[in-house]
Design a protein around this ligand. Structure first.
Ligand SMILES: [Zn+2]
Length: 261
């Protein structure tokens, strides 16, 4: 086995890709993931490539990225082929290939912008996952919802544990081009508070201490969105828990201070 095959987090990456595929959340080559390694990966860096964004909080770090055009359903079986590890330059202005897949996702700069914000505000959260769950994308099409605050308030009260996992609610980014740095920069502004950021008519971004945990957050939100659409399809106007029950539940579990109604 090579050093790359034994890299911490590679199994988490492959398992999460497997589940993204099983859930039908990453159709084709849709979606991508990245994880900051706790320790620099020991390999000779390749050519330095300029980043279009300055990421000083990532200086010298090693980060795993999904390879460009790779499919989650295949990454699960061939992680060492589909995942590459890169080093951010000491000045936070460039990156260089270290091992594995040599053609990173085009969203690498966007992911770097988000990792830079995470490293600053929530350094324990090292994983980023972007994927396309249908029930979540459908929320962006509902004129009754609109922004992140309204979506959080409507959707997360439909199941009594959802707000315990996501008391801050979700962030929301209006339309940006897929894969663009602007999409990454807009998301980076929201991840200081939000573990999840919904991208308008595109998909959702999840963050967590590892990819399995980021996937958990996506599941909690997707479950509530599924309940929302099931109720709407049955002709029921989703009302959910009362404000009083939400408060009592959050107080009981010591999460009220994180709640942003
Ligand atoms: Zn996407």
């Amino acid at each position: 086995m090579s050093l790359f095959d034994q890299m911490p987090g590679l199994a988490d990456f492959a398992t999460t890709a497997h589940w993204l595929s099983l859930r039908g959340w990453s159709e084709g080559a849709g979606g991508n993931m990245s994880v900051r390694l706790e320790h620099p990966f020991d390999a000779r860096p390749g050519e330095e490539i300029d980043l279009p964004v300055h990421v000083p909080h990532l200086a010298g770090m090693s980060i795993m990225f999904t390879g460009s055009g790779t499919r989650a359903r295949e990454t699960a079986l061939h992680p060492a082929r589909d995942i590459g590890v890169y080093q951010i330059g000491a000045d936070g202005k460039s990156y260089a290939w270290l091992a594995g897949n040599q053609k990173p996702t085009i969203e690498l700069p966007a992911h770097c912008a988000i990792h830079n914000a995470l490293a600053k505000h929530r350094p324990e959260d090292r994983a980023i996952m972007h994927t396309h769950p249908a029930n979540l994308i459908a929320l962006c099409h509902d004129p009754k919802l609109g922004d992140g605050a309204k979506i959080s308030d409507t959707i997360l009260r439909l199941q009594s544990e959802a707000l315990l996992h996501l008391p801050e609610g979700i962030g929301y980014v209006p339309h940006q081009f897929p894969g663009s740095l602007d999409l990454g920069l807009a998301s980076a502004k929201l991840v200081d508070r939000h573990r999840l950021v919904l991208w308008h008519m595109h998909g959702c971004l999840a963050t967590g201490k590892d990819l399995a945990t980021a996937f958990d957050y996506m599941e909690y939100f997707e479950k509530c969105a599924g309940i929302y659409w099931a109720l709407r399809a049955a002709g029921i106007n989703p009302v959910g828990m009362s404000d009083e029950d939400i408060k009592k539940t959050l107080i009981h579990f010591g999460q009220l201070d994180r709640y942003r109604p």
